[in-house]
Design a protein around this ligand. Structure first.
Ligand code: NAD
Ligand code: UDP
Length: 312
């Protein structure tokens, strides 16, 4: 039985990860400041003898005995991470710094939830781990993109200087139950709009692309990454290589919900990447991992989830 710390454990991804880790028989300590996470996401775990929830902000140090750390705490939706850009950068940088210090003291493994945003508006396609990215260092997205890039740097320096067993994954757009209805990300926006017969808001011309991964596939990839041999640090892309334009996504959501919504076009946010698709060769090779959930199947699960949320 391992003692595992999950920062951001009450958020969308964190709540699914905590559930899986508890199911596997571990002791799970969930750390969250509830900025975008909620107690409801983990209500099925509260009271479980192997689950502990601690309200804590990771920009402040935290000490406990642990075997593994999954560092997920950080707002992930553009509207949330831009709400207090300085706090986002502090969370990504000071928070990761604190968690690396904890990993060092405990000789624990630490998995860093990095992001496809480190590639910025990518110059090569699909994105490979060796690509250095094309990121605006002074834009509205920079607090997140550059914060996460600096977090990767810290991980590699702790690995080289102190031998900390770091595991970096670059997560591509992920969706599933427990996303907030007003999260602002495209799948939650479109599904909630469609279910309410409200206008579907496409930003820009809708020709920009993303590759959408269902949450269960991501959690499997995270667990496999944590289990890799000590000297394997990554980074590894974890995402679904099936690429769709945002316009295609809107049409799919309309079709699957049977909605009467209209599609409308709104201005494209600053520095919105034009295309994104992971090359997952490394994940296949090192983790024997690839995603299995097709977009239509995952979308139906999310549609059912948001139906139940909206009915409350
Ligand atoms: P989320 O916003 O649902 O979850 C983030 C969690 O972190 C929330 O529970 C929030 O309350 C908590 N948090 C934020 N700042 C904190 C702080 N300073 N101290 C303690 N807790 C804090 O987002 P998510 O989609 O679950 O993302 C989780 C992680 O995965 C993030 O690090 C994000 O950058 C990364 N990621 C997510 C995606 C995606 O598509 N969902 C893609 C790439 C990377
Ligand atoms: N987007 C959109 N309408 C929305 C929300 C997002 O057209 O209501 C677009 C957004 O401009 C981007 C894509 O969908 O091109 C994915 O946005 P999201 O915020 O989900 O993720 P990210 O841009 O961080 O990949």
């Amino acid at each position: 039985m391992k003692r595992i710390l999950v920062t951001g454990g009450a958020g969308f991804i964190g709540s699914h990860l905590c559930t899986r880790l508890i199911k596997e028989g571990n002791i799970v300590i969930c750390l969250d400041n509830f900025f975008t996470g909620s107690k409801e996401n983990i209500s099925h775990l509260t009271g479980h003898p192997r689950f502990e929830l601690i309200e804590h902000d990771i920009i402040n140090p935290f000490w406990t005995d642990v075997d593994e750390i999954y560092n997920l705490a950080c707002p992930a939706s553009p509207i949330h991470y831009q709400h207090d850009a300085i706090k986002t950068a502090k969370t990504a940088v000071f928070g990761t710094f604190n968690m690396l210090g904890l990993a060092k003291r405990n000789r624990a493994k630490i998995l860093q939830a990095s992001t496809s945003e480190v590639y910025g508006d990518p110059l090569s396609h699909p994105q490979r781990e060796g690509d250095w990215g094309n990121v605006n260092p002074i834009g509205y997205r920079s607090c997140y993109d550059e914060g996460k890039r600096c977090a990767e740097t810290l991980c590699m320096d702790y690995y080289r200087q102190h031998g900390v067993r770091v595991k970096i994954i670059r997560i591509f757009n992920t969706y599933g139950p427990n996303m907030l209805p007003d999260d602002g990300r495209v799948i939650s926006n479109f599904v909630v709009q469609a279910l309410q017969d409200k206008d579907i808001t496409i930003y820009g011309d809708g020709k920009q692309t993303r590759s959408f991964q269902y949450i269960d596939d991501l959690v499997e990839g995270m667990i496999r990454m944590m289990a890799t041999e000590d000297h394997f640090t990554g980074p590894v892309n974890i995402g679904n290589p099936c690429e769709f334009s945002i316009f295609e996504l809107a049409r799919k959501v309309l079709e699957l919900t049977g909605s009467y919504s209209d599609i409308i076009f709104k201005p494209l946010p600053h520095d919105d990447p034009r295309q994104r698709r992971p090359d997952i060769t490394l994940a296949k090779e090192k983790l024997a991992w690839e995603p299995h959930v097709h977009l239509e199947v995952g979308l139906m699960k999310v549609i059912d989830y948001f139906k139940s949320v909206l009915a409350k």
